[in-house]
Design a protein. Structure first.
Length: 296
């Protein structure tokens, strides 16, 4: 059992981790800090944290495990603020959706204290954020990707693995580069497409009428277009290289389908759709292949 968990960022992700740690009996006390005092006060009132910290540094003081649950763009500043309390024996993790930028931010901020940091990405969330939606079961049955750096302490990687496993998560390990390439394809591009698609429909002169006729397929396809704007601004900008590469591949696939429609080649169109439909039918979710290199 850990003596104290310090949570920097008491929103949905940080709050859910705190509740999960409590439910699993893995920690005695939880100290939380958020930029907004009202957030930490709400977290205290809801029993998500036990004590309110006045600063990120105060949340780290006395903690033997620290979770950084802030927007990825705030990673470097947050780590710099607590750098002098970072110790090799204390496990520091984040929950950012991009990893190359987080790794570089940690390298700049922590210097020779980098071995204490284990970058992590839990593949979990809700449409509505905030500590009021924190859920002790959020990470159960979900994947958590660890992207340890060459400098990361192996013992702390094992501690991180054990913690997430105890919370009911499936832990995978890969490099930050491979992580960002993979999630550009399966997460970041789908969000970009959902944002663009919903705007394209809604902004038409008859857009409101079209939306009134939309069914479950449209609803499911565009669900993620309601995601938190600031969070996704940071993610899309942080992983823009991999994201734009995936966007080009998508355009090629779309162009090919459009060319068949334009030319009236119904047989080719049906054959292509059949291949895609069969591939989708044979796809099994949550059966990833974790690697330690970026596949070309």
């Amino acid at each position: 059992m850990y003596k104290q968990l310090g949570v920097i960022g008491c929103g949905l992700m940080g709050g859910s981790f705190a509740l999960a740690m409590k439910k699993a009996g893995l920690v005695k006390r939880i100290v939380g800090y958020s930029k907004s005092p009202s957030t930490t006060e709400t977290a205290k009132r809801l029993g998500v944290i036990d004590m309110v910290a006045e600063s990120a540094l105060q949340a780290v003081a006395g903690s033997d495990i620290v979770l950084l649950a802030v927007p990825v763009a705030a990673t470097e500043a947050s780590l710099r603020a607590v750098r002098h309390l970072v110790e090799r024996k204390v496990l520091f993790m984040d929950v950012g959706s991009t990893k190359c930028d987080v790794a570089e931010a940690a390298r700049r901020a922590l210097g020779d204290k980098l071995p204490a940091f284990v970058p992590a990405h839990p593949i979990a969330g809700k449409e509505s954020g905030g500590v009021q939606n924190a859920d002790a079961t959020l990470y159960q049955g979900r994947q958590v990707i660890l992207t340890p750096l060459p400098e990361t302490d192996a013992g702390l990687v094992q501690k991180a693995t054990d913690i997430w496993s105890a919370l009911g998560s499936q832990v995978l390990k890969m490099t930050p580069e491979n992580h960002d390439a993979a999630f550009a394809a399966v997460s970041h591009l789908p969000h970009l497409l959902a944002f663009a698609f919903f705007q394209a429909v809604a902004s038409q002169p008859a857009g409101r009428d079209y939306l009134s006729l939309a069914g479950p397929g449209f609803r499911d396809f565009t669900r993620i277009a309601a995601s938190e704007p600031a969070v996704w601004r940071d993610i899309l900008m942080a992983n823009k290289g991999e994201l734009l590469a995936q966007s080009r591949l998508f355009r090629q696939a779309l162009d090919a389908l459009e060319a068949m429609i334009h030319s009236g080649d119904a047989a080719a169109l049906e054959a292509r759709i059949r291949l895609i439909a069969e591939a989708r039918a044979n796809w099994h979710m949550n059966a990833p292949r974790a690697t330690t290199r970026k596949d070309n």
